[in-house]
Design a protein around this ligand. Structure first.
Ligand code: KG4
Ligand code: ZN
Length: 346
């Protein structure tokens, strides 16, 4: 079975992985930069790329202590979208290794990698295989999108955010409540401590008049709600605020999914991106899938946030379809400069 070495440096997570063509994880190491960026309340691009440069070769060395170089068939790297400086570190190293080791090189769309992350596994191989077409949610710090996916390399954007992403909405509330960045996990945790009795709602339903998502309104509501409250009031209501805020966001996502599904019924739904770690969303999507008899693909928690395993796996699928990049491969902060998803060579 073929194996790929994956490199992920598109944003603030530096990660290296080795994955088999069936999605089985062989090796994964990750170096988060949360402690570096948290005092700024968001990612500082210059610091992110500098830390990738310090970490990446070290992580690749670790991978090679576990997996002999002769067992690696292809080098896969996130080359779009992302922060340019961060992408460049991964791409330059991947090209150098591809040239010196004489291994094939594949540039991977980070968004498509999130979409395929539910196909990764560590111990238990999924019993069924994924049936196309599928609807695929990508919910991360930078994206809130829903794709109609005909196959690997053939996806169409069917719903996108008009403004901010769901991840940004979680991070904004977390900042207002004084939680560490990234804030999604803290909101998720505090929402579980909500009062058992019927408590007041703080936020109104999120509405858009088409299939698009919108999170800027609820962010502003959060800002207004917390701007003139005492510390004691915030402390007392924290759990209920998190519960209500998270509920509104998840309701909005599920409502738009319903709308799109009515127009495009599919046998499978995929979920990917950091926000896919959210427990309420995972629960609601599983319930929705059972009701609609749709097969549900949700990533294991370790594959939700940015990681190189999803990059290795996605690149390997292109490799198996005959696709190759060369040393002229470019990386791009936007997914628009290079075709969004590659059309695999048949
Ligand atoms: O995919 P990701 O690791 O990075 C990007 O490509 O952006 O996503 C990071 C986002 C952050 O906004 C973080 O707050 C959010 O995922 N997140 C969550 C949870 N865990 C991470 N949001 C809600 N609930 C969670 N449990
Ligand atoms: Zn991501």
């Amino acid at each position: 079975m073929l194996q790929a070495l994956g490199i992920e440096t598109s944003c603030d997570d530096c990660s290296v992985s080795v994955v088999k063509e069936n999605g089985e994880l062989v090796f994964l190491s990750q170096k988060h930069q949360d402690s570096i960026h948290k005092k700024f309340g968001g990612i500082v691009p210059e610091l992110a790329s500098r830390h990738h440069e310090e970490m990446l070769l070290f992580l690749i060395d670790q991978a090679l202590q576990e997996v002999p170089l002769s067992d690696i068939d292809v080098i896969c790297v996130s080359n779009r979208p992302g922060l340019l400086g961060s992408l460049l570190v991964g791409c330059v190293i991947a090209k150098t290794l591809s040239f010196s080791w004489k291994k094939a090189l594949i540039g991977v769309n980070h968004i498509e990698a999130h979409i395929l992350s539910p196909l990764l596994f560590e111990k238990k191989k999924p019993v069924n295989s994924l049936k196309y077409p599928a609807l695929a949610f990508v919910l991360s710090g930078g994206h809130s999108s829903l794709f109609y996916m005909r196959d690997i390399g053939s996806s169409e954007l069917v719903a996108d955010t008009r403004d901010d992403s769901a991840g940004e909405a979680f991070d904004k509330m977390a900042r207002l409540l004084g939680f560490d960045w990234p804030g999604g996990p803290s909101i998720d945790k505090w929402a579980k401590k909500k009062s058992k009795t019927k408590a007041p709602g703080f936020f109104s339903k999120i509405k858009t008049d088409d299939d698009s998502f919108s999170f800027s309104g609820i962010k502003s509501q959060a800002q207004r709600l917390l701007s003139n409250k005492t510390k004691a009031w915030v402390q007392k209501n924290k759990a209920q605020i998190c519960f209500d805020y998270q509920n509104r966001i998840v309701n909005h996502l599920m409502e738009k999914l319903d709308q799109v599904f009515e127009k495009k019924p599919v046998p499978s739904i995929l979920l990917g991106g950091g926000v896919s770690a959210n427990s309420l969303l995972r629960e609601r999507l599983k319930k929705w899938s059972r009701e609609k008899s749709v097969s549900c693909w949700i990533p294991e928690k370790k594959f939700c946030m940015d990681n190189a395993a999803m990059v290795a796996f996605t690149g390997l699928q292109y490799f198996l379809r005959g696709y190759r990049d060369d040393l002229n491969m470019i990386c791009s902060p936007s997914h628009l400069e290079i075709d969004f998803f590659k059309n695999p060579v048949k």
